[in-house]
Ligand binder design. Structure first.
Ligand SMILES: Cc1ncc(COP(=O)(O)O)c(C=O)c1O
Length: 303
C-alpha cells in the first residue's frame, strides 16, 4: 500500500501489510516453515516463546496438525493476544516481565518445558527456518510487488528473522539497497549497531526490540537504525487508524523509522513492514482510555 500522501512525505512511502495475513501477522510465514519439520511429527506437544503473534499462528497450525500447543509469553503483552491463542486451543503461560538472566523469563520457561519427553521447543529465536521463510518468501515477494525502484526496507526486530531474511534476499537482488532497523527507545539493538553498550529500559511497544541480542539478527545486513519512542509510535498509529488502517504498535515504530529515513534521504522509495493487525490490541493500543492513561495520543485531527 502506498502511504506517501497520508504521511505527506518527500519521496515514496510503501507499506507491506502483514496484518492482512491469515492469522493477522507476519508470523504466519515463519510458523509455516518451522512446523514443516520432522520434530513436529515426533512430538505430542509443541512449545514456543512468543510476543504473541507467533503464538497465535502456532496455535492455529497446531490445531490443524492435532498437536497440543503451549505458548510462554511476557505479561507485558496485550490480553487480546492471549484470547486469540486460547480461542485456537493453545495453553498460555504468562511470565513476569524479566530479563533472560532470570529463570522466570518467558524464553527460559519455554526451554525448560521443551526439555520434557515428547515436547518440541520450536525456538523461533534460533530456528534457521525462521530466517528462510523471509529469505525465500517475504523478501522475493516484496521485490515482485515493488520492483527495482526500492531504496530501503524498514522493519523492527523481535527474533530478527524478518530483517535478516528479507535483508539478505533484497541485497542479493539489489546490493545498494539499505536495510534499516526500527527500534523502540528502551531497546538495546540500535545502540549495539552503533557499537555502544547500553542498558535496556522500559517501553510499551510490543513484539520488537529488547534487552538482549537475538541470535538470528544479522547486524551485518543492517545499514542503519532509528529509535522511535512510544509517543511517536502511537501518533503514527493514530494517523493510520484515521485512514481506516488498524495495525499493531510495532507498525507505528516502523512508520516512524521510515519517515526518519525519508527526512534524511528525501526523494527515495522506502518500504516499511507493518507486522500485525490492530485486532489484538483492542484493550491497549486501539483503546482510547488505555492510550490516554499512558499519556499517548489518541487522535491527531478531528473532522
Ligand atoms: C508485532 C511484531 N512486530 C514485529 C516483529 C518482528 O519480527 P521478527 O521476529 O521477525 O524480528 C514481531 C515478532 O515477534 C512482532 O510480534
Amino acid at each position: 500500500m502506498d502511504l506517501t500522501e497520508l504521511f505527506g512525505v518527500e519521496g515514496t512511502l510503501l507499506a507491506k501489510l502483514e496484518n492482512e495475513s491469515r492469522t493477522g501477522s507476519v508470523k504466519d510465514r515463519p510458523v509455516r516453515w518451522m512446523v514443516d519439520d520432522p520434530r513436529t511429527d515426533q512430538a505430542h506437544t509443541v512449545v514456543e516463546a512468543s510476543g504473541g503473534n507467533t503464538g497465535i499462528s502456532l496455535a492455529v497450525a497446531g490445531r490443524e496438525l492435532g498437536k497440543r500447543v503451549i505458548i510462554t509469553m511476557s505479561r507485558k503483552m496485550s490480553p487480546g493476544k492471549v484470547r486469540r491463542m486460547e480461542e485456537a486451543g493453545a495453553e498460555v503461560v504468562l511470565c513476569p516481565c524479566v530479563g533472560l538472566d532470570s529463570p522466570a523469563n518467558f524464553i527460559n520457561v519455554a526451554q525448560r518445558l521443551g526439555a520434557e519427553e515428547g515436547v518440541w521447543y520450536v525456538d523461533q529465536f534460533n530456528n534457521p527456518a525462521n530466517v528462510a521463510a523471509h529469505a525465500e518468501g517475504t523478501g522475493p515477494e516484496i521485490l515482485a510487488q515493488v520492483g527495482d525502484g526500492l531504496d530501503c526496507f524498514v522493519a523492527g526486530a523481535g527474533t530478527g528473522g524478518t530483517l535478516t531474511g528479507v535483508g539478505r534476499a533484497l541485497k542479493r537482488r539489489r546490493p545498494g539497497i539499505e536495510i534499516v532497523l526500527a527500534d523502540p527507545v528502551g531497546s538495546i539493538l540500535a545502540a549495539h549497531l552503533r557499537g555502544e553498550q547500553v542498558e535496556g529500559g522500559p517501553y510499551l511497544v510490543e513484539g520488537i526490540g529488547g534487552d538482549f541480542l537475538p541470535p538470528l539478527l544479522d547486524f551485518d545486513v543492517l545499514d542503519g537504525a532509528y529509535e522511535i519512542d512510544d509517543l511517536e509510535s502511537a501518533a503514527h498509529l493514530a494517523v493510520l487508524r484515521e485512514a481506516g488502517i488498524r495495525v499493531g504498535s510495532s507498525s507505528g515504530t516502523a512508520i516512524g523509522a521510515a519517515l526518519a529515513y525519508l527526512r534524511d534521504n528525501p526523494g527515495r522509495t522506502v518500504c516499511a513492514l507493518l507486522a500485525d493487525a490492530g485486532d489484538r490490541y483492542l484493550e491497549t493500543w486501539q483503546d482510547e482510555d488505555w492510550l490516554t492513561g499512558h499519556g499517548l495520543p489518541v487522535m491527531l485531527s478531528h473532522p
